[in-house]
Design a protein around this ligand. Structure first.
Ligand SMILES: Cc1cc2nc3c(=O)[nH]c(=O)nc-3n(C[C@H](O)[C@H](O)[C@H](O)COP(=O)(O)OP(=O)(O)OC[C@H]3O[C@@H](n4cnc5c(N)ncnc54)[C@H](O)[C@@H]3O)c2cc1C
Length: 233
């Protein structure tokens, strides 16, 4: 479903997160940025490594930061080269939600309706075990809120996992909604124009083929059935 763009109430945090093209679609308010992040599922994380730039899709979570403000958390195997390269360096993290195809009278004006967030900042590794565990819970529960009902990670699991925090201090959101914007002289022409909405819904949970437990489906999982995967909290 296409959501109307809320007006930006705050200005950009920095010059490099100031939208130049499509600046009318910018949203900088912290609450809007966090609302879009809450509705996203995957972050594309970009890091400059010794063998060139790389962007990888990852799960993420957002929580208040002990420094004030909020931070975005990502995790992966300690062996993940991109995450290891991302420790203590400037990274870029992008979350994109496509809400529809925008079909114009000419392909030149085709577009998409979307909500996207770009976060830039220095990633810091979270190594202290209690903090790491809390960060992993935030990442996990962003999408699959079973932390409270599943087997907790072991000490060995924790050791194998690298967690990075990126401050949510320097971020921008860009939101497009609504109809195509065609040339005035095309409006009386013969071509169709409009929007094809795109929505993602979670389906009914399917038990694993090797499920032996008679445990009921955790209510947080059962509740996902039929939910808009990109609803804003
Ligand atoms: C699903 C989708 C499809 C797109 N397809 C295209 C395409 O095919 N071609 C194309 O040119 N553009 C596309 N865009 C828009 C694209 O993301 C850029 O916004 C646009 O290209 C302008 O780039 P720029 O470097 O000139 O941005 P600038 O406005 O110069 O970027 C400056 C700063 O603005 C912020 N910013 C820029 N873009 C975004 C964004 N999307 N979300 C949040 N913050 C942002 C960043 O902080 C960036 O550092 C698409 C966006 C989405 C979400």
């Amino acid at each position: 479903m296409t959501r109307p763009a809320a007006p930006a109430t705050d200005g950009p945090a920095s010059a490099r997160t100031t939208l130049r093209r499509g600046a009318n679609r910018a949203q900088y308010a912290d609450e809007r940025i966090r609302a879009i992040l809450s509705a996203g599922v995957i972050a594309h994380v970009g890091v400059t490594t010794d063998d060139g730039p790389i962007v990888l899709p990852m799960a993420y979570g957002v929580r208040p930061s002990s420094r004030g403000g909020h931070e975005v958390l990502i995790h992966g195997a300690l062996a993940n080269a991109m995450l290891r390269a991302g420790r203590s360096v400037d990274v870029c993290l992008t979350v994109t939600i496509v809400d529809g195809l925008v079909v114009a009278r000419t392909p030149f004006h085709n577009s998409m309706n979307y909500r996207s967030v770009v976060v830039r900042g220095t990633a810091t590794a979270i190594d202290e075990p209690e903090q790491k565990l809390a960060a992993l819970r935030t990442i996990n529960d962003h999408i699959t809120p079973i932390w409270g009902t599943a087997r907790p990670p072991s000490a060995a699991d924790l050791k194998k996992t690298l967690v990075l925090a990126v401050p949510l201090d320097e971020a921008s959101a860009k939101v497009r909604s609504g109809d195509p914007v065609d040339e005035a002289e095309d409006l009386d022409g013969p071509h169709w124009a409009g929007v094809v909405p795109l929505s993602s819904r979670w389906g009914a949970p399917l038990p694993a083929a090797d499920l032996r437990s008679r445990a009921p489906i955790p209510s947080a999982v059962a509740q996902l059935d039929g939910q808009d995967a990109h609803a804003e909290a």
